[in-house]
Design a protein around this ligand. Structure first.
Ligand code: F6P
Length: 531
């Protein structure tokens, strides 16, 4: 199957796909869920290639594995866990059974507790020791940070609760900078950690508690916790009524829909948060029911597989022409690279194909004035993923939004069409001639034939954000199943954690002689400068 696809790629790779992009192809190579539109016409995937890609889905058993995931089966085989972030947005409460027990009553009860607490913080019914909460500081890292941080920024136009800050890095500069701007008497600290053992988070949480303890009589009273660890949160001194628990079947990078989303709920309010969940639930249903040629997560995954595993393009740029999505690339880096950045199959064999791609990006139009040079004229092809809204949130500045949209569409057009040597000559023929004209023209050639996809929607509201994030989650699932790996463990983060623990005493002064020459040399250098 992979070989068939590679062979097919050889037959299409030099074809100028701009010649294929007529209205029929645009209609055929696009799909939608309501008013969320996905266009993949500007790629060199043709009908035959697409058919072969659909065959990959069937060969890998994506449909059956999808159903197993939604049904609560333990598809995270290396950790023996179900994968049920979808239960967190199953607002209608249809039963989801894990180990013979319906998890939905607990999920919905926790959501209601979150609603009540968020409403109390927003209204002032829950107070700090100096009065109404003005600032919320979420302390967490990875999935306990990136989701809510991305979401709060994405929904900034809907933010009508207290200010929200996110502290993740163990670098003291992070927490010191945030706490400097907060009043301990009116700040709520949320410690977000699935395990409640993550060293960065626990270190920052202790720092925050000490900071608060200098000003208020009962610092723990202004702390809440989001965790699977009842013991850990109790040991930290946080009262059970401010602990919001979840189960081990919620992966860290898939957790913003439940308690880990509390800061977001406090920012935008329970109703808007539920609209966000509803958007995700709509995407879940679409993913479960739509045929492959209409199924947005499947299509997005297959286009990615085509570009990475078949064409060999190792990275993908995510380019939101929506400034409020400026943390989306960072969020997707964890979602996609921690999920599908693996070299071993579910069965413990070496992976037969490349793992998932490097994901990176920045919002447009900023990126245009930074790295797009390489995207247009560099020697490597970088498939691009544009996101664009028809409307922004500032109607009086709509003409400015139109300029943003024009830039977005111009970029995908430029990547596809490029500019040949003749046209490039025409651009400078009035300034140069002879050999200099040839030289100057060559610099102005754009190879074109560079693929991109576009995700377009009316406006980035909570419901739409929910749809988009769930779309990306399911894309990861499909890609993981097709590649034959486990998207839901993350053993690759462990070694560095172990070595950091072992190095800490050395940094604090213990003997470094057992370390390799480079590491002990760096320890010596840093010691000589006061580490
Ligand atoms: O929520 P926790 O348990 O503090 O973990 C934080 C992050 O650390 C990781 O385990 C990786 O180090 C992520 O998967 C997770 O999102």
């Amino acid at each position: 199957m992979w070989n068939d696809l590679r062979a097919h790629y050889e037959t299409v790779k030099d074809r100028r796909f701009e010649t294929m992009v007529d209205a029929d192809r645009a209609a055929d190579f696009s799909a939608n869920l309501g008013d969320l539109q996905f266009d993949y016409a500007k790629t060199n995937i043709d009908s035959e290639g697409r058919k072969a890609l659909f065959a990959l889905l069937d060969q890998a058993g994506v449909g059956a594995k999808r159903d197993a995931m939604f049904a609560g089966q333990k598809i995270n085989e290396t950790e023996g866990r179900a994968v049920l972030h979808t239960a967190l947005r199953n607002l209608d409460g249809d039963p989801v059974i894990v180990d013979g027990v319906d998890v939905m009553p607990d999920v919905l009860a926790t959501l209601e507790r979150m609603d009540d607490f968020a409403a109390a913080v927003r209204s002032g019914a829950f107070q700090g020791q100096g009065g109404k909460i003005t600032d919320v500081v979420n302390i967490g890292i990875g999935g306990s940070d990136l989701g809510p941080a991305m979401g709060v920024l994405a929904l900034a136009p809907y933010h009508d609760g207290p200010r929200c800050h996110f502290v993740s890095n163990v670098d003291p500069a992070d927490i010191a900078g945030v706490l400097r701007g907060c009043d301990p008497e009116t700040t709520l600290v949320i410690v977000a950690s699935k395990t409640f053992t993550t060293i960065e988070t626990m270190t920052n949480a202790r720092t925050a508690k000490a900071w608060m303890g200098q000003s208020v009589a009962d610092p723990a009273a202004q702390f809440a916790a989001l965790s699977t660890s009842e013991q850990g949160t109790a040991d930290f001194g946080i009262a059970p009524d401010r602990v919001f628990g979840f189960e081990d079947w919620v992966g860290g990078r898939y957790s913003m829909w439940g308690p880990i989303g509390l800061s977001m709920m406090i920012a935008i309010g329970p109703d808007a948060f539920r609209a966000f969940l509803r958007g995700a639930q709509d995407m879940d249903r679409h993913f479960q029911a739509a045929a492959w040629h209409e199924n947005l997560p499947a299509l997005l995954a297959l286009v990615g597989i085509w570009h990475n595993q078949i064409c060999g393009h190792a990275t993908r740029a995510v380019l939101p022409y929506d400034n409020n999505l400026s943390r989306l690339p960072a969020y997707l880096q964890q979602l996609e690279m921690e999920s599908n950045g693996k070299g071993v199959s579910m069965d413990g064999e070496d992976l037969a194909v490349n793992s998932g791609p490097v994901v990176w990006g920045e919002p447009g139009t900023n990126g245009q004035h930074a790295f797009y040079q390489l995207i247009h004229q560099g020697t490597r092809v970088i498939p691009c993923e544009f996101l664009v809204a028809a409307r922004g949130h500032d109607d009086d500045l709509h003409h400015q939004h139109q300029l943003l949209v024009a830039n977005c569409l111009a970029q995908s057009e430029a990547l596809m069409k490029g500019r040949d040597l003749d046209e490039a000559r025409g651009k400078v023929a009035d300034k140069f001639d002879g050999a200099e004209l040839e030289r100057q023209a060559k610099h102005r050639v754009f190879p074109g034939n560079r693929p991109s996809v576009t995700i377009a929607y009316p406006k980035l509201d909570p419901h739409m954000l929910g749809q988009i994030i769930a779309l990306y989650e399911h894309r990861v699932f499909v890609e993981g199943v097709v590649l034959g790996l486990n998207s839901y463990d993350q053993w690759g983060v462990e070694l560095g954690k172990e070595l950091a623990t072992a190095l800490q005493p050395i940094i604090e002064g213990a003997d470094a002689s057992g370390k390799d020459g480079s590491t002990s040399g760096l320890v010596d250098f840093l010691r000589s400068h006061g580490v």
